[in-house]
Design a protein around this ligand. Structure first.
Ligand code: HEC
Ligand code: HEC
Length: 450
């Protein structure tokens, strides 16, 4: 007979397992991290209170009145810039925008947060942590600046030539270049030589499996500080240090995220056959799935993967060396040698079109047959399922044969994805080419189950 103590302990352990099984006892760090991301802001206002209400004047079509029809205005704003409604309380603002925080704690004006890029939607349903595949960040920033009577600043790099891609790498490279190794501000930027392209935004739910992160796999996925690089926009070293525990919670939450399930019917027999194809042709890089799943965390050399090299090559040695000298690199240094792309986990891959690190391939079918990839195509205006292709899995697209005419307004031109642009090439990853059409269909059916 167990003693009274042992009995009580047994009961407590059993109850713990019951709670775990029902997901009723979440890690408190995960809870705190979720709130830290969705209910808290970290940056001062970048635009005034009225910028949000005044941008409608730049849309070239009559905008709903933000005072008398705030919901219609919000919906039009969301459509215009490719944002998504916030699935949490956000002062009536779309996901990714929030009120700024002043030094005295008051909340005024507007600012962007991580979710402007990492708050996506699928089938029109907002999903925190899904990359935003419709965002036109350049239009959003330029219009907000103009609404404030400011001239948009001349940018030393292309923020986005296309909706849904964004040059997050150059944003951080520029922020780091105006700091010394001790993170004090510099008057003149360091010439770090980085030349990074615009990118598709990866889904956060993949992070939990990864031991290295970012498309090139050169950063340890345990790094909390790497996730704080955008705070360099205004924070001092001391302020960064004070926020590190909060970002540790945010990281715990990021690693707990799970993908949405494929919502349409599937052909189970095909998917079973596709699993066999996958395990032969794909698993050595992408791992296996299900309860005993494995993830090899493979980083594949450029000459093997053959996808657009600009992202992998654009991180200059000088930028890496500078990063590694700072408080960021002190935690986990960026690998100084590695050049290639990490084979990502494919969980929830049905929801993350377009594919590859630059979003150059609109469907899984085209990814698996390189001769079918369009050189120039129109991106959908929203993630509504009306634009979703259940057969080829990804976004329906219209092929554009002529290059965009120089007269086309930039807002319109950014609907066109042109693989001839810097960093946007759609070559490489030809591992599906040798499969038969039937094997490809089986494989696509299997990929829907992940
Ligand atoms: C301007 C858009 C943008 C913003 C804002 C942004 N990110 Fe990202 N994020 C990206 C892109 C693009 C990548 C891929 C970068 C790469 O690999 O070069 C990325 C990568 C990541 C990754 C690595 C994911 C992986 O699996 O490799 C994490 C983690 C992450 N971001 C967290 C954050 C956090 C936290 C914030 C807010 C403090 C944030 N991001 C703000 C665009 C953005
Ligand atoms: C030699 C390793 C390797 C093999 C084999 C391989 N892949 Fe990949 N895969 C990669 C790498 C690396 C990437 C990222 C490339 C990039 O973004 O430039 C990738 C990207 C992908 C993506 C895009 C993911 C996204 O969200 O953008 C999909 C889908 C994919 N692979 C499916 C497959 C399938 C299916 C097979 C089997 C036919 C396969 N891969 C075989 C290495 C491999």
């Amino acid at each position: 007979m167990p003693g009274r103590r042992g009995w009580v302990l047994g009961l407590v352990l059993a109850w713990g397992r019951v709670l775990q099984a029902f997901g009723a006892a979440p890690d408190p760090a995960v809870e705190r991290g979720s709130r830290a991301m969705t209910a808290t802001g970290y940056l001062k206002p970048g635009w005034g209170d009225d910028a949000y209400r005044r941008v409608g004047q730049f849309w070239g079509e009559p905008a709903p009145d933000p005072a008398t029809a705030p919901e219609a205005y919000s919906a039009a704003f969301i459509r215009r810039y490719g944002l998504n409604p916030a699935p949490y309380p956000n002062d009536g603002l779309p996901m990714g925008l929030r009120r700024g925080i002043n030094p005295d704690g008051t909340r005024t004006g507007l600012q962007v947060d991580c979710l402007v890029c990492h708050g996506g939607s699928i089938g029109g349903m907002s999903h925190v942590g899904l990359g935003n595949s419709t965002l036109d960040m350049k239009s959003l920033f330029d219009d907000l600046d103009r609404a404030q009577g400011k001239r948009p600043p001349a940018s030393p790099f292309v923020l986005n030539s296309t909706r849904g891609t964004v040059n997050a790498g150059m944003l951080s490279a520029v922020l780091l270049s105006v700091r010394n190794a001790d993170l004090s501000m510099r008057r003149f930027p360091l010439p770090l030589g980085a030349n990074l392209p615009e990118l598709d935004v990866p889904a956060w739910w993949l992070l939990g499996k990864k031991s290295t992160m970012y498309y090139d796999g050169r950063t340890d996925a345990r790094s909390v500080r790497a996730n704080m690089q955008f705070l360099l926009g205004e924070k001092s070293l001391q302020e960064l240090k004070d926020l590190e525990p909060t970002f540790r919670d945010i990281q715990a939450w990021l690693k707990s995220l799970k993908p949405p399930r494929y919502p349409f019917p599937r052909d189970a027999a095909r998917a079973d056959r596709g699993k066999v194809v996958f395990e032969k042709a794909c698993a050595k890089c992408h791992g296996t799935y299900g309860p005993d799943g494995t993830y090899p965390n493979a980083i594949v050399e450029l000459k093997v993967i053959g996808t657009d090299p600009a992202r992998a090559l654009g991180l200059s040695d000088r930028l890496v060396a500078h990063y590694n000298e700072t408080w960021f690199g002190e935690e986990y240094a960026v690998d100084e040698q590695m050049i290639g792309y990490q084979a990502p986990p494919l969980d929830g891959v049905w929801a993350t079109a377009p594919y590859l690190h630059n979003g150059s391939v609109p469907t899984l079918a085209a990814l698996l047959k390189s001769s079918d990839r369009p050189a120039r195509f129109k991106r959908p205006p929203s993630t509504d399922f009306a634009y979703y292709d259940q057969v080829n899995v990804g976004w329906k697209y219209e092929v554009v044969t002529e290059p965009p005419s120089p007269g086309l307004p930039p807002f319109e031109a950014r609907f066109i994805y042109d693989t001839a642009r810097f960093g946007l090439g759609n070559g490489g990853h030809t591992f599906g080419d040798k499969l038969s059409n039937d094997e490809r269909l089986d494989l696509i059916e299997y990929l829907k189950t992940l």
